[in-house]
Design a protein around this ligand. Structure first.
Ligand code: TLP
Length: 346
């Protein structure tokens, strides 16, 4: 990479092997279902997640939106964590484009909604009320430093959903980070949900794309919704080729990114004026803050780091977010630590 970029794992460039595969990918018109590379990727993704079918989509946001619009309709309600990505960071798409009412609930230190609160949020059959239709979950949980939520939570959510006839969708943008951190197969993480979307273009380094997976009937419906949103992409096998490599070669190594995040968090804890909870770092996202007595503003610090070609994201008035990935490893982590130490203590 031409810079040291900790702002997100979305900034990752495709690997040389991906660029090669993209150049050589067999393609066809995917709206006709004739792109062999996309068909292969959709089958591979579904098989890996233990679902019947998959759908290649342009982004995580689009995968979530298509899923929500396929499960629910206008006036329906979706129960969702108040800091969940689908609620907070997707431009209100479920409401603005689908007429679906989000019902946000607080989440705990892992990103879990309280199960009693979830049950109480489900509406009785009453013409005054929206129709509860969907529960939205996320794993790993972005706003909790990519916390890999243990699977018993999803089993409990499934039981509630079944009791009340609701569907469950998982935003698994960083599903494989969760699976690697939990030490389980990705299909175990997704076993309790009806549908799941995951991103190829974050830690897995593909340039574009996400997959939505679920039952064959659900994906049939989702394909129509994708078309209605303008998401039919024709010869996109050129992108799916990178996705095949992402799934084949880039999953296991996510453990390296988690190790980098640990190294970063432990190093940050040694810098006077930096506050970080090392124990909260389980995957590849590190949140940290400036102590009250540090005279610099986060804006100044981000600016000073940029002078050294290091990019870091702000996250709230005194808080930062650093995300580790394929292109920032030990040497880059150490450079960030060293430079930050100099800036914060000067
Ligand atoms: N998240 C981005 C920003 O939008 C915050 C990031 O840099 O982390 N679900 C989760 C949990 C995500 O973190 C993201 C991206 C998405 C969905 C959306 O993916 P894209 O960016 O492909 O639409």
């Amino acid at each position: 990479m031409d810079k040291i970029d900790f702002r997100s794992d979305t900034v990752t460039w495709p690997t040389p092997a991906m660029r090669q595969a993209m150049a050589n990918a067999p393609v066809g018109d995917d709206v006709y279902g004739e792109d062999p590379t996309i068909n292969q990727l959709e089958e591979m993704a579904a098989a890996k997640l233990g679902k019947e079918a998959g759908l290649f989509v342009s982004s995580g946001t689009m995968g979530n939106l298509i899923s929500i619009l396929s499960h629910a309709t206008r006036g329906d309600e979706a129960i969702v964590g108040e800091d969940g990505h689908t609620y907070k960071w997707e431009a209100g798409g479920m409401a603005s484009l689908g007429g679906i009412v989000p019902h946000p609930l607080p989440t705990d230190e892992m990103g879990r909604m309280d199960l009693t609160a979830v049950t109480q949020a489900i509406r009785p059959d009453n013409p005054h009320l929206p129709h509860s239709r969907l529960i939205l979950v996320e794993n790993s949980y972005g706003e909790r430093g990519g916390y890999p939520i243990p699977l018993d939570y999803f089993a409990a959510i499934r039981a509630i959903a079944d009791q009340h006839g609701l569907a469950v969708h998982m935003d698994g943008a960083r599903l494989f980070n969760a699976a690697v951190a939990l030490g389980v197969d990705a299909s175990h993480v997704t076993q309790h949900v009806d549908s799941v979307s995951f991103c190829l273009s974050k830690g897995l380094c593909a340039p574009v794309g996400s997959l939505l997976c679920g039952s064959a009937d659900f994906i049939h419906k989702a394909r129509r919704v994708r078309k209605s949103l303008g998401g039919g992409m024709r010869q996109a096998g050129i992108l799916a080729a990178a996705g095949l490599i992402a799934l084949d070669e880039m999953v296991e190594r996510l453990a390296d990114d988690h190790a980098s995040a640990q190294r970063l968090a432990q190093g940050l804890a040694q810098i006077p004026g930096i506050v970080v909870d090392v124990t909260a770092v389980k995957t590849n996202i590190v949140f940290f803050s400036l102590a009250d007595d540090v005279p610099h503003s986060p804006k100044d610090i981000i600016h000073a780091l940029r002078q050294e070609n290091i990019y870091l994201g702000g996250s709230g008035p005194r808080r930062f977010r650093a995300v580790t990935h394929y292109w920032v490893r030990e040497a880059e982590v150490d450079k960030l630590l060293h430079t930050l130490h100099t800036i914060v203590t000067r």
